[in-house]
Design a protein around this ligand. Structure first.
Ligand code: PNS
Length: 160
């Protein structure tokens, strides 16, 4: 059984994340979306909110699970019997960061492979931080995030 983990902060999940989830789920037997708990990034959404939102977004995808993790990603993979890390790759600017993560993980566990899916062009400029900034200033995020995410964001920012 081929099990992969798609790790990230998902603060909150965007259309870009959802696209990577759907596409990578087709490549493996089971995909576990791993939401990072102890993020030093001071997330807008709590771990419970981020997990709940992702569960709701993936409820129709039979081989996708959502779970949170803290500590090392390679330890989370071991716990889940997974051997593949999935990451989305948007632009050249992502390269150094992704290379560092992938090579760190190879050095921690040589049996784990990282696969990077190239983000579709319509989502290539998207990031959770940009979405939050636009939302904070009352801009239109309807093409950037699923409707479910909009509900969470509106609630947080008390938008109508
Ligand atoms: O969505 P992000 O914030 O770019 O995801 C980063 C993530 C979660 C993949 C990375 O921070 C991570 O794996 N953190 C867990 C701690 C760890 O294993 N560190 C060593 C590899 S960088």
């Amino acid at each position: 059984m081929r099990i992969a983990v798609y790790p990230g902060s998902f603060d909150p999940a965007t259309n870009g994340h959802l696209d990577i989830i759907k596409r990578s789920a087709k490549l493996v037997d089971k995909l576990i979306v791993g939401v990072l708990h102890n993020s030093s990034k001071n997330p807008l959404f709590s771990i419970e909110e981020r997990v709940e939102l992702l569960k709701s977004l993936t409820k129709d995808l039979d081989n996708v699970e959502v779970d949170s993790f803290s500590g090392l990603l390679v330890d989370f993979l071991k716990e889940k019997n997974a051997e593949i890390i999935v990451r989305g790759f948007r632009a050249v600017s992502d390269f150094e960061y992704e290379l560092q993560i992938a090579q760190t993980n190879y050095s921690l566990d040589n049996n784990i492979e990282t696969i990077c899916l190239i983000t579709r062009v319509e989502y290539s400029f998207l990031s959770a931080s940009i979405v939050k900034e636009i939302a904070m200033y009352g801009g239109d995020i309807s093409k950037m995030v699923p409707n479910e995410t909009i509900k969470y964001i509106n609630e947080k920012f008390k938008r109508k």
